[in-house]
Design a protein around this ligand. Sequence first.
Ligand code: ZN
Length: 218
Amino acid sequence: MDKRKTTEQAFIRNDQYNFIARQVSHIINAHATVNHKDTLDGVKLHAFSKVEEILPDLTETQLRLLEDILELEDEKEAEAFLVKLREYVIPFRRVSKKTVEKLFPKAKKLQLPDLDKLDFQKISYIGWFDTRAQKQHLIVEYQGKLKGISGVFDNSGTQGICTLCNRLEEVGLFVTRVRSGKEMYVNRGNYICKDSQTCNEKLTNLGRVEVFLDHLFS
Ligand SMILES: [Zn+2]
């Protein structure tokens, strides 16, 4: 049975889901370390208010769903809550092999991502390493449109802070050539996660991705 909600019912983005999951994990950690009920209630209220901050325009039903956060007592309940919440995640736009090829018109013999393996509900962008070209390719949604970005990528992997998810991960320098003025091009380099799947799971603020894209496209 497909438990995914219809487009109308889905109201949380992948990064927002990750943000909520992080708040839930704070609550569960507090349960394991704090015995005082008032303190625990405080932790829950704080977590809930942070969720409300990132989702300011909730309907009554959506609010009720999220209010379950305030009732979470243990890991099992947290897990069940997160499984249920996952059904409300807006999936990334469905991308076919053909779309990918269209998004990278200049790439010669483009190595495609494994689209069948992708869970579109768990991603904010698509990223994969092209071993032939030694490039990292990204598919993002920017200003309502799908865009393809290719960058020379050092795949050897070093520990660093990722520009997209802002976490300490195995990263590589992603260098793209962007237009700067009329006939001018400059190289822009950013450290991003080597493993896009991990990055997508850690990403809690799509705003960072947008800033990254603004720098590339403006
Ligand atoms: Zn990352």
